[in-house]
Design a protein around this ligand. Structure first.
Ligand SMILES: [Zn+2]
Ligand SMILES: [Zn+2]
Length: 268
C-alpha cells in the first residue's frame, strides 16, 4: 500500500494548487491513502499559513474531493501544526481531524525551515551565539522532545529539519546522541515518524530523517509513515520509491496512517 500523509495546498500562501489537482496526481501515482495536512492557521508567521477565515474553505474543499474521489483513493484530513514552546496556539487541536503532524519550524522566533536563515545563523544572531552546530541541533531536538511530550500529535514532521542550516558544518557530537531523548519521548507518545521526501528536492539532498536517524527510529520500534510534503501537485509522490526502498533496507515492512486519530498499520 502506498501512503502519503503530508501535503499542502495554495491556502497556506507558499504552496500552489487546489486539492483536486493534488488528488488527481496522487491517483496517477497509485497512492492508496492520501492526506492533506496544511499548516494550521494562527496569528503568528501568518505569511506561511491560511487565514483563519479560510479554514472553512479548507474543510469544504476537502469534503468536495472526498465525495468526488471516494471510490478511487482514501483521503484523510489533517493539519501540520507548529509546535511553539513559548505558547503554542491550541485552536484546532481538538478539531475533527484524522491526524495532526507536529513540526518544529521555530526555536523561539528563529525560523529553522528556510535556507535564508543560514546567514543569520552564521552571524550567530538571535539564540545561537555559539556557532558550533551542536548547540543549534540540541535546541532543536529539545523542541521535538517537548512537542512529543504534549501528547497532542500523531506524526513527527521532518524529524531532522534542522540540518538545512548546517550543511557545511555538521555537529561535532553524534546526532544519534543529540536526538536520543527526543526519540524516547516519541516512542512513549505513540507517535509515528514520517519519511519526508521534501529534503530530496532541496539543498539538503536527503530524506528527513537521514538514514542514520531512521535506523535509530527502527531500533526504538517507532512506526513510520510517508510524506511527500508537497507544496505543488507535481510534488505528490516525489521519490516515493526511493523512500520505500530506504525504509525496507533498514528493516521496516509496515507503515501507518491515522483515521480519526486511530493508527492503522499496513504493508508497503
Ligand atoms: Zn509549507
Ligand atoms: Zn513543515
Amino acid at each position: 500500500m502506498k501512503v502519503d500523509l503530508h501535503n499542502h495546498t495554495y491556502l497556506c500562501k507558499h504552496a500552489l494548487g487546489i486539492m483536486e489537482d493534488y488528488v488527481k496526481k496522487a491517483i496517477k501515482e497509485d497512492i492508496d491513502v492520501f492526506g492533506f495536512s496544511d499548516h494550521n492557521p494562527m496569528n503568528y508567521d501568518k505569511k506561511h499559513r491560511m487565514e483563519n477565515k479560510y479554514q472553512v474553505d479548507y474543510i469544504d474543499s476537502f469534503q468536495k474531493v472526498k465525495r468526488e474521489f471516494d471510490s478511487k483513493i482514501k483521503l484523510l484530513f489533517a493539519y501540520e501544526f507548529d509546535y511553539l514552546d513559548y505558547g503554542m496556539n491550541r485552536d484546532l487541536l481538538k478539531d475533527d481531524v484524522d491526524y495532526l503532524i507536529g513540526s518544529v519550524h521555530f526555536i523561539n522566533d528563529f525560523l529553522v525551515d528556510d535556507p535564508k536563515m543560514i546567514k543569520q545563523y552564521a552571524k550567530g544572531k538571535n539564540l545561537f551565539k555559539d556557532k558550533e552546530p551542536t548547540v543549534l541541533w540540541e535546541n532543536y531536538f529539545e523542541q521535538i522532545r517537548k512537542m512529543a511530550n504534549t501528547g497532542y500529535f500523531n506524526i513527527v514532521g521532518h524529524l531532522d529539519l534542522v540540518k538545512i542550516l548546517t550543511l557545511e558544518d555538521s555537529p561535532k557530537k553524534d546526532v544519534r546522541l543529540i536526538a536520543k531523548d527526543a526519540l524516547k519521548a516519541i516512542k512513549k507518545s505513540g507517535m509515528a515518524v514520517e519519511i519526508n521526501a521534501s529534503g530530496l528536492r532541496k539543498s539538503v539532498k536527503d530524506t528527513y530523517p537521514s538514514k542514520l536517524l531512521l535506523e535509530e527510529v527502527y531500533s526504538y520500534d517507532i512506526p513510520i509513515t510517508f510524506g511527500s510534503d508537497a507544496h505543488a501537485p507535481e510534488h505528490v509522490g516525489y521519490k516515493k520509491n526511493y523512500c520505500e526502498k530506504l525504509a525496507k533496507k533498514i528493516g521496516f515492512s509496515q507503515c501507518v496512517y491515522f483515521e480519526d486519530k486511530e493508527m492503522v498499520k499496513v504493508k508497503f
